[in-house]
Design a protein around this ligand. Structure first.
Ligand code: KMH
Ligand code: ZN
Length: 283
């Protein structure tokens, strides 16, 4: 039997704005409500970016702490994955900020981006030195990396880091497909990426950007992978119709998963599948 699908919800991101999408959660309390709804709908991991009250993307440690406290109050079971990608142009020091929360309210996972790329009209800069820095900070603080892959060479870079001992098995990959500058959401690309994984102990999911979100989610469900949805990657429910909430996007994947015979993982099951520790030092 195929394992349950882990649904990650990327509730806010760094690129979308309130002007484009009125229900975008921005403040810690709005984020906590969005998480509670998404978890109720079936999400077990939250990929977390934070914003200042005026909507500006932020990597401030205190802001992450506020958001995490608010989220854990309403959803103590959910796995929190902080972004170390941040917004384009953030310094590497601030991108590492949420990792150092390990002393108080340790996030359990963090994103780790494996290469530099064109990102729409901008450049998402990930110097090899910075990747090593973030990977070693994650090891130091016991935060599990989710390896973000936007094109095939990045996956191969991750495997080199594994060989050098800078990443540890089991690896967990998120294939982010459809960013202009990275691999597109063509079905063949996901098949190819999965074929490059060294062995079945690797975990993988797919985050389709924009109109790719739903078709790639379905493909991943059929191929036995995990799924990420949410406002960070896509603001539409269908062509021309904005999504009403992150939960609405989660609910649709849950319905399809069940129709296809895939159970939906609880946070506890997701922890077991991925090997994420459940000890949170303080709530
Ligand atoms: N905001 C993008 C430039 C991550 O969270 O690690 C990068 C991003 C990846 O969102
Ligand atoms: Zn992100």
């Amino acid at each position: 039997m195929t394992h349950p699908v882990i649904i990650t919800c990327a509730i806010t991101g760094a690129e979308t704005s309130r002007e484009k999408l009125p229900p975008l959660p921005i403040t810690p309390e709005e984020q906590a409500v969005a998480v509670e709804e998404a978890v109720k709908a079936g999400a077990s991991i939250i990929h977390l970016h934070v914003r200042e009250d005026d909507g500006r993307p932020s990597q401030r440690k205190e802001r992450f702490e506020e958001a995490i406290r608010a989220i854990r109050k309403r959803s103590p079971e959910v796995i929190l994955q902080v972004s170390t990608g941040g917004a384009i142009g953030e310094s590497i020091e601030s991108r590492a900020n949420p990792l150092s929360l390990f002393k108080s309210i340790r996030p359990e996972m963090a994103s780790l981006n494996l290469g530099t790329m064109n990102f729409g009209e901008e450049i998402f800069y990930n110097h090899p030195r910075d990747i090593l820095f973030l990977a070693s900070e994650m090891q130091k603080y016991g935060v599990m990396p989710e390896i973000e892959i936007y094109e095939a060479g990045m996956l191969e870079s991750a495997l080199r880091l594994l060989k050098k001992g800078l990443l540890k098995e089991p690896l967990h990959f998120q294939f982010v497909l459809g960013v202009p500058g990275g691999m597109s959401g063509d079905f063949k690309n996901l098949v190819h990426l999965v074929s490059l994984l060294p062995h079945p102990s690797c975990h993988w999911g797919v985050a389709g950007v924009g109109k790719n979100q739903l078709p790639l989610a379905v493909q991943s469900l059929l191929m036995g992978g995990h799924v990420r949805v949410g406002f960070e990657d896509n603001i539409f429910y269908r062509k021309g119709e904005l999504a009403q909430s992150n939960a609405q996007l989660v609910e649709r994947v849950v319905r399809i998963a069940r129709e296809l015979g895939r159970e939906v993982a609880t946070s506890e099951q997701a922890r077991k599948i991925l090997g994420v520790s459940s000890k949170v030092m303080e709530r």
